[in-house]
Design a protein around this ligand. Sequence first.
Ligand code: CMP
Length: 144
Amino acid sequence: MSKQRTLSIIKPDAVRKNVIGKIINRFEEAGLYIVAAKFKKLSRHEAENFYYIHKDRSFFKELVDFMVSGPSFIQVLEGDDAVQKNRNIMGNTDPKKADVGTIRADFADSIDANAVHGSDSLDNASKEISFFFSEIEICSKEYD
Ligand code: CMP
């Protein structure tokens, strides 16, 4: 397995529920390291650009409205197989379909308010990380 980085967003619904720490604990328990983090309320322009890939989807306006409704906690996670590992921990995009014990099953209310976002591929992880962080803001974990 190779060391990877992925972008994770703890979304406004989870921030409002005051479960940032509980969600971060899931990452740490899985062996992922937080190597950069910021607390940020996205502007509409930022949310539209971040989710540009979904601009033609029927849910785009609701998605953007939701993402600007409050602050998000945005992190870079690093570790072995970080992209897929994070997706496994998050569970299905729709919390109703998410496996028991995943973040979305435990903390999300709906497909819109689904607690977390995680990059879906290594290529997108790189793009999404550079959307929010410059390289000098990332404190890589040193491995043996
Ligand atoms: P996220 O992983 O942040 O990526 C895009 C978001 O769009 C997704 O989580 C959901 O919160 C939201 N969304 C709303 N409806 C849908 C849908 N039908 N399919 C996929 N994503 C959706």
